[in-house]
Design a protein around this ligand. Sequence first.
Ligand code: A3P
Length: 290
Amino acid sequence: FYRFPLVEVRGVPLMSLIAQNWSSIWAFCPDPSDLLIATYPKAGTTWVQEIVDLLLHSGDAEICRRAPTPVRIPFLEITSPHPVPSGLDFIKAMKPPRFIKTHLPIQLVPEGFWENKCKVIYVARNAKDNMVSYYHFDQMNLTQPDPGPWEEYVQKFMKGTLSWGSWYDHVKGYWKEREKRNILYLFYEDMKENPRREILRIMQYLDLSLSDDIIDKIINLTSFQVMKDNPMANYSTIPKEVFDFSISPFMRKGEVGDWTNHFTPTQSQMFDEDYARQMADMNIPFRTSI
Ligand code: A3P
């Protein structure tokens, strides 16, 4: 398949197909009942999607499994000619309330989401694990730019030249606005540490009230192992021209701290120094181990 080149939209490098369709993406106006999940790629989008979808369906896995294939949750900015039909057309064919996914940084989220006071859930993951996950994903996702060698990938991540731009700007942009815009800001590491606590936070944010039994069921259905074996969660329904599973599974490791298997001590120190500079203006409580 072809890997889309990156084109800047308001200073953010995005896959060319997003740039081509930018005016219609930017013009999209959601319904006030629509729910947005926003993440930097590989921060735990699919995990939180699964949790939210099950919460919205009272833990009914069968309903979730009957959802449209190959993509369950429409992906706002992925539009034609991407081989997976998951963008605006898909959203517009659905009735509100809709559950929509985006990787756009906050300044590129269509303004209707804020004007209509839509609920927004943001998931953030520590920079090092997020980058490791993205590196493996960019190898197997044949629509993303070729990641190149690891050492160069680290530089691109730090410079913010990967698809969807700078991780640093992304996590800071949503963090800064979280209170004013009523964004539920979650951390991947917190979900690993205590999934029940984080699922209850999401439930409250969505104004839902479910029994302990249902919560137990959702904790189980959204565990790494169960999701890895669920074709509606592990993306095995995506055509192999898009995701080459012989390179890496989508549900790869699901751990906190896998970065220690990838960074050399020198790389880690260089990365930490640069991190301190890039994150100096905002104290976001990221954890690289739990
Ligand atoms: P790894 O590559 O580190 O394994 P996204 O959905 O944003 O693309 O993020 C994918 C990452 O989240 C992958 O990380 C994937 O394994 C991990 N993930 C997905 N579901 C998970 C779960 N239930 N528990 C822990 N990690 C999960």
